[in-house]
Design a protein around this ligand. Structure first.
Ligand SMILES: NC(=O)c1ccc[n+]([C@@H]2O[C@H](COP(=O)([O-])OP(=O)(O)OC[C@H]3O[C@@H](n4cnc5c(N)ncnc54)[C@H](OP(=O)(O)O)[C@@H]3O)[C@@H](O)[C@H]2O)c1
Length: 364
């Protein structure tokens, strides 16, 4: 008898402000699945091992009419995000039993692949800047002898790749220069801080609590670290700047202060706007004229665009830096799909230090 429960995270309603677990996102235990007999129709059956709470998924929970850089999630369906799965039955010779795969997956215990969202996506015409998220390819991965799967959600996954590829492509880092990094205690931020230190830069970093400030200073080795909730960003940058590079994870008033404290020919890597994802009131940055006066280059990035160019070099360089301890990785791990919504919202609210990861099932 192989009929088992197939719990999932259900996207129930569009959130206003921070999503509310139990209201916008429901942990649904009503479904079962027959693991031995469920029809595969030439596909394969996967067991979900790990999922990755990421900020950009917040934008997907929107009114489907509103255009953005990612396609909206489908209301009334299973929440879809990045994760790692293992093939447990297969009719597809490309995906044999035991194969590990990463990609955009429904957050549920078991999935018949390709899952239904993949089959119906990309039916409408999308603007050129919009990524059809559900249609993104699944990538086969091999187990690393020493590095745990969870790291493939963060330091060796989207966050690490974003930091590494964004810096390579647009920061033009030179030893002795000064970089300013926001959300420095988070998943992308911790990688940017350490890669910049390894490249010989002076790092000014900010985070939202004193505990995070201590972590970034004492464990990541940033030179100047402050809590932006209790200290003026402008004052710190005036004292310790000017800055040659700003790694922007937040937008808003922090970006305003950074622009005002840029050096001639500074580079800004616009990676994300955490200050806006849960707040429909947009902050009006008042220092924009410094962009031309100081000949500042602002580069908006989406990591997907860089993967073909940088993935090989990333996997040659970064895993050894982690294995040797030259790059330290912190994770905020929770166990159980039932805790995935809370883990995600906690991260959006800034309760995480390092990369938030949800272990859904052990790899047995
Ligand atoms: N462009 C891309 O391809 C790409 C890829 C990956 C990630 N990103 C972006 O990178 C950024 C960081 O992502 P992550 O995965 O590493 O998340 P993270 O930093 O681990 O977690 C998000 C952090 O954002 C901060 N935050 C929350 N609300 C904020 C607010 N109102 N104002 C300022 N900061 C706020 C919190 O840190 P504090 O307590 O320090 O405020 C929180 O810990 C996000 O903007 C994300 O969208 C972009």
């Amino acid at each position: 008898m192989s009929e088992v429960s197939n719990p999932r995270l259900l996207y129930k309603s569009v959130p206003r402000g921070y999503p509310i677990p139990g209201e916008n996102l429901i942990y649904d235990t009503s479904r079962t699945i027959d693991l031995e007999n469920v029809p595969l129709n030439g596909g394969f059956l996967t067991k979900t091992l790990v999922v990755s709470p990421q900020p950009w998924l917040r934008e997907r929970l929107r009114d489907p009419e509103r255009i953005s850089y990612s396609t909206p999630m489908r209301l009334g369906h299973t929440f879809v995000g990045f994760g790692l799965v293992k093939v447990i039955r297969s009719e597809d010779p490309d995906y044999p039993v035991g194969q590990y795969v990463v990609g955009m997956i429904p957050w549920e215990a078991y999935t018949v692949q390709p899952w239904d969202g993949k089959q119906i996506s990309a039916t409408g015409k999308l603007p050129a800047f919009t990524v059809d998220v559900d249609a993104m390819s699944m990538v086969k991965v091999a187990k690393h002898p020493t590095i745990p799967w969870s790291l493939f959600m963060g330091a060796l996954g989207g966050s690490g790749q974003t930091a590494y590829m964004g810096l390579k492509e647009h920061a033009d880092m030179k030893a002795g220069e000064t970089i300013f990094v926001s959300t420095a205690a988070g998943s992308v931020g911790m990688m940017v801080v350490q890669l910049a230190k390894l490249a010989g830069l002076k790092v000014i970093a900010t985070a939202g609590t004193d505990e995070k400030v201590n972590y970034v200073k004492n464990e990541l080795g940033a030179d100047v670290v402050f809590n932006y909730n209790t200290t003026s960003t402008s004052d710190v940058l005036q004292e310790h700047g000017p800055i040659d590079i700003y790694w922007d994870n937040v937008g808003g008033p922090t970006l305003e202060a950074a622009i005002e404290n840029c050096n001639l020919h500074a580079r800004i890597v616009a990676c994300g706007y955490m200050s806006e994802y849960n707040d429909e009131d947009r902050y009006g940055v008042k220092t924009l004229s410094w962009i031309f006066k100081r000949r500042i280059h602002i580069h908006g990035i989406v990591t997907q665009d860089f993967r073909a160019k940088w993935t090989k070099q990333f996997f040659e360089e970064v895993p050894p830096l982690i294995s040797s301890g030259k790059i330290k990785v912190k994770e905020e791990i929770v166990h159980g799909l039932e805790n995935a919504a809370t883990s995600w919202v906690d991260m959006l609210m800034g309760k995480n230090i390092g990369k938030s990861v949800v272990i859904v099932a052990e790899d047995d």
